[in-house]
Design a protein around this ligand. Structure first.
Ligand SMILES: [Zn+2]
Ligand SMILES: [Zn+2]
Length: 165
């Protein structure tokens, strides 16, 4: 999404809007939603991994400062599926997150998933959680309302050793 559109989006979110501006904002929010989704790292080994995300790179928001935590490749589950898993197995969600296994290979093509590293500079407009999973420090909203890039946007594949560059 271009810089000018992002600027306009921020402007529209904050001002008293006319009806036309509300429509404009809705269209921009829709585009922004796709932009957020695009920033979640997915395996790049094959088309299937991109089109039918079964694993994604993820950080838990429930412990400590999200800028310092490790991330891992893991099963992509919907919020409702997670909740059902907690209920079904009578487990504590914090334990569940802590113990979730890391995925090592792409389930479609069998390629080893890349090692990830933090980007050298922490990217702007990215969600930061330091309170154990309630609010985003970047936008000051509750996490369920946060429209920042996901904290995983701060990661990239580590191509320094054995990589292609
Ligand atoms: Zn693959
Ligand atoms: Zn936020």
């Amino acid at each position: 999404m271009e810089e000018a559109k992002i600027k306009r989006l921020k402007e529209l979110r904050e001002k008293d809007r006319t009806e036309d501006e509300t429509c404009e904002l809705e269209a921009l929010e829709y585009e922004w939603g796709l932009e957020i989704f695009r920033r979640i790292p997915l395996p790049t080994c094959c088309k299937a991994a991109q089109m039918y995300p079964a694993v994604l790179f993820s950080q838990s928001v429930y412990e400590g400062d999200s800028r310092e935590k490790e991330g891992r490749w893991e099963a992509a589950l919907s919020e409702s599926m997670r909740r059902d898993m907690f209920r079904l197995h009578g487990i504590d969600q914090f334990d569940w997150f802590r113990n979730r296994p890391a995925a090592e290979f792409c389930p479609f093509c069998g390629e080893k998933l890349p090692k990830m590293r933090r980007k050298k500079t922490f990217p702007e407009m990215t969600c930061v959680v330091t309170d154990g999973g309630y609010y985003c420090d970047t936008c000051q909203q509750r996490l369920s309302q946060c429209r920042c890039y996901p904290s995983e946007h701060a990661w990239e594949p580590d191509t320094s050793e054995g990589g292609t560059t």
